[in-house]
Design a protein around this ligand. Structure first.
Ligand code: NAP
Length: 263
C-alpha cells in the first residue's frame, strides 16, 4: 500500500487487516507511517513501515526488496499515494506539474513494475489503483492531478490486458468527494461550502473513507476474480448527477422543471 499512514489509505489498510492481510505501508513521512501503523497493530497483523518516495524508481525497488526479504510474498498492491493542490493552470509551474504527475502517474507505474515479479508468484494477485472521478471529468484548478489520474486509468486498463496472462488483475477505484482530516482542512473547511457540495451529490452526503475501503475490499476479494480493467466509482452518484436535466428536475419553483410533454 502506498500512502497508508493517513486518510483513505489508512482506512483501506484497516479494512484489509481486518480481512487478515499483513500490511506494508510505504510513504515519505516516517511519522505518518508510525502513527498509522500503531493504530492498526491492535488488529493483530504484521504492519511494515517502509519510508519511500514513489517518485524515485530506486527507492521503490528497495521497498519491494524489503517486502520480499521480510514477508516473502505480495498478494495485493494498492497504489494510493498522491499529492494535489489547487492552482489555475496558467500559474502552475513545471515543478508543480512534475511533483504531482511524478507521485500519481510515475509512482503508480514504478510500483506496478517493481511489484510484478512478486505479484506473479502469488496465488491470486491483484492491483488496485486509486484514481478519481475527475480523471474523466474536467478538473479545473487541478490540471496536473486530473491529467495524472486519467493516465492512471489508462495504465490500469492497459496492464489489466497485458498482465492477464500472468493472472494479475488490475482495477481502479475512483472516489468522488470523501471527507478526511486532510480534505476537510485543505478543500472544504467552510461548512457552507460542504453543504453546497453535499446538496449536489445525488445520495446527499460526502463519502467516508470506509466507503472507499469497502470498494477496494470487493475488488481484491476472490468473489471479483473475473473482474479486471474495471473502475469502480465511489461518489454517491455525483458525476452522473451533473446533467442540466437533473438540476431542472430538482428545481422547486412552481412551473419549473420538466413537465408533461417535455423531452
Ligand atoms: P492523503 O491523506 O493526503 O493521502 C495521500 C498519501 O500519499 C499520504 O499518506 C502521503 O504520505 C502519500 N504520499 C504523498 N506523496 C508521496 C510520495 N512522493 N511517495 C509516497 N507517498 C506519498 O489524501 P487522501 O484524501 O487520503 O487521498 C488518498 C487517495 O485518494 C489519493 O490517491 C487521492 O488522489 C484519492 N482521492 C481522494 C479523494 C478525497 O476526496 N479524499 C477524492 C478522489 C481521489 P506521506 O506524506 O507520508 O508521503
Amino acid at each position: 500500500m502506498t500512502g497508508g499512514g493517513t486518510g483513505l489509505g489508512l482506512a483501506i489498510a484497516r479494512r484489509l487487516a481486518e480481512k487478515g492481510y499483513d500490511l506494508v505501508l510505504a510513504s515519505r513521512s516516517a511519522e505518518h507511517l508510525e502513527a498509522g501503523a500503531r493504530s492498526l497493530e491492535p488488529l493483530g497483523r504484521t504492519v511494515l513501515r517502509i519510508p519511500t518516495d514513489v517518485r524515485e524508481p530506486l527507492a521503490v525497488e528497495r521497498m519491494v526488496d524489503e517486502v520480499r526479504a521480510q514477508l516473502g510474498r505480495l498478494d495485493v498492491l494498492v497504489n494510493n499515494a498522491a499529492g494535489n493542490f489547487v492552482v489555475p493552470a496558467e500559474r502552475l509551474t513545471p515543478n508543480g506539474w512534475r511533483a504531482v504527475v511524478g507521485i500519481v502517474l510515475d509512482g503508480t507505474f514504478y510500483c506496478c513494475r517493481a511489484a510484478f515479479p512478486l505479484l506473479r508468484a502469488a496465488p491470486a494477485p491483484s492491483i488496485v489503483n486509486i484514481t478519481a472521478s475527475y480523471a474523466w471529468l474536467a478538473g479545473p484548478g487541478t490540471v496536473h492531478s486530473a491529467a495524472a489520474k486519467a493516465g492512471v486509468l489508462s495504465l490500469t486498463r492497459t496492464l489489466a490486458v497485458e498482465w492477464a496472462p500472468h493472472r494479475i488483475r488490475v482495477n481502479a477505484v475512483a472516489p468522488g468527494p470523501i471527507r478526511t482530516e486532510g480534505t476537510d482542512r485543505q478543500l472544504w473547511s467552510d461548512a457552507g461550502l460542504r453543504e453546497r457540495i453535499a446538496a449536489g451529490i445525488p445520495l446527499g452526503r460526502f463519502g467516508a473513507p470506509e466507503d472507499v475501503a469497502r470498494a477496494v475490499e470487493f475488488l481484491v476479494d476472490p468473489g471479483a476474480q473475473y473482474i479486471t480493467g474495471e473502475v469502480l466509482t465511489v461518489d454517491g452518484g455525483q458525476w452522473l448527477g451533473r446533467g442540466v436535466m437533473s438540476l431542472l428536475a430538482e428545481d422547486p419553483r412552481p412551473g419549473a422543471g420538466p413537465g408533461e410533454g417535455t423531452n
